[in-house]
Ligand binder design. Sequence first.
Ligand code: SF4
Length: 558
Amino acid sequence: MVSTDAPSQPQRRTPARKKKTRGEGQWALGYREPLNGNEQSKKDDNPLNVRRRIENIYAHGGFDSIDPADLRGRFRWMGLYTQRAPGIPGARTGTIQPEELDDSYFMLRIRVDGGALTTEQLRVIGEISQTYARDTADITNRQNIQLHWVRIEDMPTIWQKLESVGLYTTEACGDCPRVVLGSPVAGIAADEVVDATPAISEIAERYIGDESLSNLPRKFKTAISGSPRQDVVHEANDVSFIGAEHPEHGPGFDLWVGGGLSTNPKLAVRLGTWVPLAEVPEVWNAVVQIFRDYGYRRLRNRARMKFLVADWGAEKFREVLENEYLGRTLTDGPAPPVHEGPRDHVGVNEQNDGNYYVGVTAVAGRVSGSTLMEVAKAAERVGSQRIRTTVEQNLLVLDVPGSEVENLITDLDTLDLRARPSSWRRSVMSCTGIEFCKLAIVETKERAADLVEDLEKRLADVQADVENPVTVNLNGCPNACARTQVSDIGLKGQLVPDANGNQVEGFQVHLGGGLGNDAGFGRKIRGHKVTSAELGDYVERLVRRYLDQRTAGERFPQ
Ligand code: SF4
């Protein structure tokens, strides 16, 4: 983690073009004046400076002492969002202002780069959760851990405890480089192309908290995996490095840019380059700088890198990367073979050193501080000190001796963390939803847990027939934090009419999305809206129809 006191300088090699061709607010084209409130706030003060104000002022003065520009803007750079006040209705009617939904408590996102945690770190998160966050904890589908009910008064102590074990919340949210996704089996998988751990560590140490990258047009998402299982959703990140074997140069990475979901989803595109492990941080830094300099800043809803990549295309993006930022040509490289089948690591798998890793499901990522502490204890009981989080909101325990695997599975089972789950326990995912998220229209976490139990009963007779889990992703609003568009059954929260014509919580359905070989967005089917109460019925009907009508080997319908 770099110091915020000593900003490194931008490394752009050619002067910015001054010609103002399009009013998108691109710095490189001379648009340096802020064109909206968010840009103005970032210009007024580097958001990283808010940490000092939290420690020196707000932690003493309490919630009411917080400057609104910090509260609703810069706090995010420290992983803090105000959470939704309980009891405020979910429907966004246009009459509720965001500040009316503010609670005086916060959601705190702890970044877990590469999903890599020690049992000691897990225990510290658990203790913080118990003491300062009402024992809440969610594993996110970006491998972070989120706590709720956090008070501003407690933040200095929480940071001190986290940092004592090498954990941070810096740039866990905000218009900056967010957590770096990584393969949870990096360094231990027998089939690994390359271990990306050194690149992830270097990026986190050199660039997170670097002022020169702390004012991006919007959030910037990274994924790096050397696993042939391509286990970091590289299709939906701003930049991804995916393990690839070059016929002459050996193991390295295939570079992708411009993926993102939300309301204008786009799949990432390959640049056709092969990047060796040692060069990943440099190339990553150059890609982030392109986004900083050329990204669209005028409108927030066009400020993600996917819009720039869609307008430029892969060829131009690579040209700018090589000519203006790297000052050299990148090596051409072949596309890696696309992984078929589930990408998660649920179950028991042998490591390259003869030990085993055990992957367990946490339904919709919801756990608790107490559960995390018990996981740490169970792992240490069998001699492990390494835990991993996954992009499916699950947990892995690494380094388990073969003789201890069943003992660990039994221990984790009592925590409702299953190594041999039903299809539904494995394939249902959800975002935060209305319980805590101010943008939510509907409830998701409890709904997901209820749905899993419901489907386990309803579809018990066909459990063995569903070879590949049918993914069901619940989202509380159109923002698609739980990847609405790339799941078999994508559910986008909205109000829908019930049988009596009343507006109730429900979902617009997107069907047949997928990743990997089947990468594509689900179709939003006209009229396919389901109330939350009817969700179990609806999914059961879809799955039974699929099982009845599928041809040999056919996966869930595209
Ligand atoms: Fe909140 Fe919407 Fe994201 Fe869910 S999808 S966490 S409701 S913003």
